[in-house]
Ligand binder design. Sequence first.
Ligand SMILES: NC(=O)c1ccc[n+]([C@@H]2O[C@H](COP(=O)([O-])OP(=O)(O)OC[C@H]3O[C@@H](n4cnc5c(N)ncnc54)[C@H](O)[C@@H]3O)[C@@H](O)[C@H]2O)c1
Length: 271
Amino acid sequence: MHLGVIGFGSIGRELFGLLGGLDIARITVLVRAGRAETSSEALQQIAPDLVARTTFVEQDADFFAAAPDFVVEVAGYNAVEAYAAKVLETGTDLVVVSIGALSDQSLHDTLLAAAKAGQARLILPSGAVGGLDILAGLAPAGDMTLRYFGTKPPKAWAGTPVAETVDLDALDHALEFFHGTAREAALAYPKNANVAAALALAGGGFETTQVTLVADPEATGNAHRYELTSPLASVSVEIANKASGGNVKTSLATVYSVLREIRNRLGPIAI
Ligand SMILES: NC(=O)c1ccc[n+]([C@@H]2O[C@H](COP(=O)([O-])OP(=O)(O)OC[C@H]3O[C@@H](n4cnc5c(N)ncnc54)[C@H](O)[C@@H]3O)[C@@H](O)[C@H]2O)c1
């Protein structure tokens, strides 16, 4: 495999620490302008065994010219907007971790059209949440309702709209500060849209997926809970994630969900 990686931040670096031993012949990484050298130095520390096989490029033209045969995006919504359609149009399967970007219906439709045109597949990993398999499995049966609760410590909501009206540092109880559809949540809290978007895309869609966001001083990390009802099954899922060392906002489960997609591509069995 010639693996293409877009982004080398918290998830990207953690991911490289897990790639050793996999049958990957070559890796091309697209980083921001001016970051290739420092990224290369960081890789020496993270995964010295991958250095000889890895090239960091700063220009998207160089990334596409390298023609990786499987690409993972671990960069951000802007990177999905800038590069995802082109990757798919050139016939390359793409794993997108910044799933919240797809709450923009127009970008969503553009990527689906690009995947169709390129006969490529847009792969959405489970990320920080789980259970997408049963949601996606039951979705065609219709009549699905899903209520999602996203809970984080008050500090994790700093810089978001709730911080403008609530003194988060003074919070002494769990506060449910947002109720709305997954579409409304993505508009109001775009930086926290990945999980709600993944649930909406796997299940009943952005308009029917209900989202509640919670700031809880008792929370030690990011927790995700949802209740699904469908004519075929009722499902309750609760996940308490451990944060990655490099970025408290990113759970390690997300990194491992991207690793899973790479392993599924390489291995004799996909699960
Ligand atoms: N699906 C999920 O459940 C889930 C969970 C956590 C994070 N995420 C998403 O994953 C993405 C990455 O998260 P992170 O914690 O690694 O973020 P990060 O900020 O630590 O790293 C992102 C890296 O990508 C680089 N980057 C950004 N835009 C780029 C571009 N256009 N070209 C090249 N490099 C670019 C940045 O310079 C940075 O180094 C974010 O969009 C985040 O929202 C998804």
